[in-house]
Write a protein that binds this ligand. Structure first.
Ligand code: ZN
Length: 136
């Protein structure tokens, strides 16, 4: 059985941003010659999230628009008295900080249009993406 753990850094440029990190995830699978198992993709952050969806430019903007409208950054959230980013904590709570994907015969099991997306909600910052693989 293999247990692998790696992290890589992504520098975000905007307060809100959706970044396609699928190629880095595929590189990890390829570089480590893994064949079958489970891969966890996570961020050790409280104001960013990981999602799997289509990396279509308009949709990526719609994701940001929906987060802004659901978790209005202008609202008087209690946490804003601390560091003015309650919307990002709330959205990260609902979206989640990780996704788990199967790897079969050396291929990550994503559908044709599925991509791994880092969702930045309180950038710009340096973000870490952690990849943890268990399998063979
Ligand atoms: Zn905060």
């Amino acid at each position: 059985m293999k247990f692998l753990h790696e992290r890589f850094e992504v520098r975000t440029k905007e307060r809100f941003e959706v970044i396609d990190v699928t190629d880095k995830v595929k590189e990890f699978i390829y570089n480590n010659s893994v064949t079958n198992g489970l891969l966890s993709i996570s961020v050790p952050h409280t104001t960013a999230a990981i999602a799997i969806n289509e990396a279509e430019r308009g949709l990526m903007e719609d994701i940001v628009t929906s987060i802004r409208s659901l978790f209005n950054p202008e609202r008087a959230w209690k946490h804003n008295l601390v560091d003015n980013n309650a919307h990002a904590h709330l959205a990260a709570t609902f979206i989640g900080n990780s996704r788990c994907v199967s790897v079969v015969n050396g291929t990550i099991q994503l559908g044709r249009w599925q991509r791994v997306l880092l969702i930045e909600m309180d950038g710009p910052r340096s973000r870490l993406i952690e990849l943890t693989f268990v399998g063979e």
